[in-house]
Ligand binder design. Sequence first.
Ligand code: AMP
Length: 250
Amino acid sequence: MKIVVPAKRAVDYNVKIRVKADGSGVELSNVKMSMNPFDEIAIEEALRIKESGKATEVIVVSIGAAQTAETIRAGLAMGADRGVHVKTDGPVEPLAVAKLLKGVIEAEQPGLVIMGKQAIDDDCNQTGQMLAALLGWPQATFASKVVPGDGVVEVTREVDGGLQTLELRMPAVITTDLRLNEPRYASLPNIMKAKKKPIDERTPADFGVDVTPRLTVLKTSEPPARSAGVRVGSVSELVAKLKDEAGALQ
Ligand code: AMP
């Protein structure tokens, strides 16, 4: 069984996001980019399934400009077998990403697609759901445990107030939540090995997909600045202040 893992290049989670002066978006020039953290979790899960003997190949797919190849290499350095890079001129919206992924998946015929629940740049949380709908495959979002069986996969999902366990027929789409696993670091030998692993380059035209944006961003703005706090001299002063504030709220 093959496992396909879509992975997005996004602003690194440690970067302090700055909004462009004209409000058209966030500053991306000279900003550190990395693999979307939920996608690292997806690759880790795919590798663990392969290491348990239940999969034979892990394929990382990324859609984006030339530098996106670095994100695929990072996945190959973790241990994935090969990559597919669908080259685009700029960022692509979730529906177009889902259509392109559908094209790659129809060619690869994997038993599982494991991907992030959301990309931390736009926080869309749409691509996995759209992809499952386009493929007509079962989906389990926000996975915190994945147990592949014989033709089925059991997925535990994090839902409001607890956990839900589903059994899906394979092939299926799974999106990862934060607690599914802790991704491994790429070792130096694996980084070297990754340089020789193949990356297949494709274009949206290969899949007949129009990636023209359908959404218009009207405005991007920073969250309101926090107002200054008050320093208190002792615990009793703090308690008195809290009581005063609570009284004022009633
Ligand atoms: P989103 O719906 O944008 O929040 O993204 C959810 C997931 O879809 C991500 O965690 C990735 O696994 C996948 N994804 C989104 N955009 C891309 C992209 N450009 N290339 C590859 N995978 C993507």
